[in-house]
Design a binder for this molecule. Sequence first.
Ligand SMILES: *Cc1c(COP(=O)(O)O)cnc(C)c1O
Length: 376
Amino acid sequence: MLEKPIQMVDLRRQYERLRGEIDPAMRAVMEACAFINGPQVREFCDRLSDYLGVPYVIPCGNGTDALQIALMASGLRPGDEVIVPAFTYIAAAEVALALGLVPVLVDVDPRTFNIDPEKIEDALSEKTRAIIAVHLFGQCCDMESIARVAGRHQLSVIEDNAQSLGADYTFSDGTVRKAGTIASIGTTSFFPSKPLACYGDGGAMFTSDARLAERLRMIANHGQKARYHHTLVGRNSRLDSLQAAVLAVKLRHLEEFAAARREVAAGYDAAFRGSDAVRAPQRSAFSSHVYHQYTIRLDADKRDRVQAALKERGVPSMIYYPLPLQEQEVMRCRCRISGDLDVASRLSRSVLSLPIHTEMTEEEQAYIIESIKSVL
Ligand SMILES: *Cc1c(COP(=O)(O)O)cnc(C)c1O
């Protein structure tokens, strides 16, 4: 065992490294006592908009709200269908259900874990109105293929970019765009373990469409444009000034954070090259990878045993996600299932996410790799 415990994500060490920037930024908010809608919120959103190259960044309370507000702004009616991947976090399907929409589960690509665009076309019905493309684990879905299907059938596309902020998507003509800025609306979460993270809850929506931006902003603010004049059904969903102050500091380090995680990923890739037991995650040709997770696949009958043995050696690991959406109780009778969703089922029984973060030392990674090899 190493002297200091290994973390999946080492927030403490990152804070210690950035304390000199974060403490004064937070103190400035405390001194001004403008906790809601302080100048930090606007400043952070402006900087994020410059970084992403997207004209409108609308802050909100968390990544789940961002998805819900995006759907509310998309003019859907109860009973309309929304395509979501079967292998993902619950949020996209959950907000669809909360709005009386019907999630349609579509299978994913076993190499990249992202939605399989070829299977979207088969899943469409008269009622399908939107696709939520979730950029899982740090790299983009095949947005060009998704846009083609969406264009043919007049579907809105929302990108759930909670896990891949900072990733670059390259179109076949060579144009490069940041993940989250490709579809009509992108959403993200600033939950503490995400690629761009605050010290609590936070989220944002991205769009290039001025009218949509106004709608999103109004819905996040009780459906009002002028104070106390409510024209849309809205929510109360805000990013507070303290979180914005933290995010402004971390945004300056975002590229460096991604580079640090890529280095860890490269270390794992090299260690698992040629292994029969460990299938390392694949990179897609059209997206860079920011490695929110480094997720390997093991034989389903070995996975849980390997995880337990690693734990005994002080190596944490996580199963993202232990159930595909079709097996979630809440989804039963409330969603439509397209095809056999066999890949999603198999993945949920074979995936294992390894520790990866911005502070990992060579010694720690060597210990993790050695532990995995010895327990296999
Ligand atoms: C974290 C996450 C969310 C939800 O974000 P919160 O800020 O926790 O509400 C949504 N989608 C994906 C893919 C996520 O990873």
